[in-house]
Design a protein around this ligand. Structure first.
Ligand code: ZN
Length: 255
């Protein structure tokens, strides 16, 4: 079984988002899993294709879509990690089939492939976990908590830290898939870092979304970490941990 998505699994379709789930099942994909998701990541990191085509979830496809997210399946690709049967959020217990780190790593590479294939930007509104659908998109999900805990590490807890960490990894992966963007990133987890240049004596506007409300200002020479890109707008994290969007015109890569 493959560990990257075969191109035949990714037909032409207008897709807007990727939703990342776990199945709340065992480490292998059963018939219910295959019916619900487009792509499954099994416990050993291998990928399994679901029964429904990704194209079935495109708006107006006329096909029965994979139903993976309540009231939010149109335009959304569902990828799910086979794990977490019998799990409990608080106090946290992974149940009999904990999420494996190899599943998480394979999922990140697979989502990067999907983002590239379908030209989906890496943002909190477009590439997100199921647990982020309600807070980030405002669509009620009846307490879904995939993914607010990771079985293999306590370094990230909660939908926002885990979602941001997932997107940070996906953005790095995408840099590797798009050599034209340059940057010379290695395949390790080192963040792409940049410095604010060319705004002094003024400052760089720090916004809530691409072109959105101004929520702060970054002085010349501020060091930032890039989380995501949407054309000329980059989502960055400051040394104090603030996350926002800035114009990439005033960011210079730091070796
Ligand atoms: Zn889910």
């Amino acid at each position: 079984m493959p560990t990257s998505i075969p191109s035949s699994w990714m037909p032409d379709a207008a897709m807007k988002r990727v939703h990342v789930h776990w199945t709340a099942g065992a480490h292998t994909a059963n018939s219910t899993d295959k019916n619900s998701y487009h792509i499954l990541v099994e416990g050993d990191g291998n990928l399994v294709r679901g029964d429904k085509s990704i194209a079935a979830n495109a708006a107006g496809s006329g096909m029965t879509p994979a139903s993976h997210t309540k009231n939010a399946n149109t335009g959304a690709i569902g990828i799910s990690m086979c794990s977490m049967t019998g799990a409990q959020e608080s106090p946290f217990s992974s149940g009999s089939h904990p999420l494996q780190e190899v599943q998480w790593d394979t999922m990140i590479k697979a989502v990067a492939q999907l983002a590239k294939r379908y030209d989906i930007p890496v943002t909190r509104q477009t590439i997100l976990t199921h647990a982020e659908v309600q807070p980030n998109l405002g669509i009620l999900q009846n307490g879904k908590w995939d993914i607010t805990r990771l079985s293999f590490t306590n370094s990230f807890v909660g939908h926002r830290p885990i979602g941001d960490e997932m997107r940070r990894r996906i953005a790095i992966e995408l840099d590797g898939l798009n050599p034209s963007m340059g940057g010379g990133l290695s395949s390790d987890l080192k963040l792409p870092r940049f410095r604010v240049k060319g705004v002094a004596p003024s400052t760089l506007n720090f916004r809530s979304s691409p072109g959105g409300d101004k929520v702060g200002e970054l002085p010349e020479n501020t060091l930032v970490e890039r989380i995501a890109m949407q054309q000329a707008w980059w989502q960055v994290r400051t040394p104090k941990g603030h996350v926002g969007w800035v114009s990439s015109d005033f960011l210079v890569a730091v070796a």
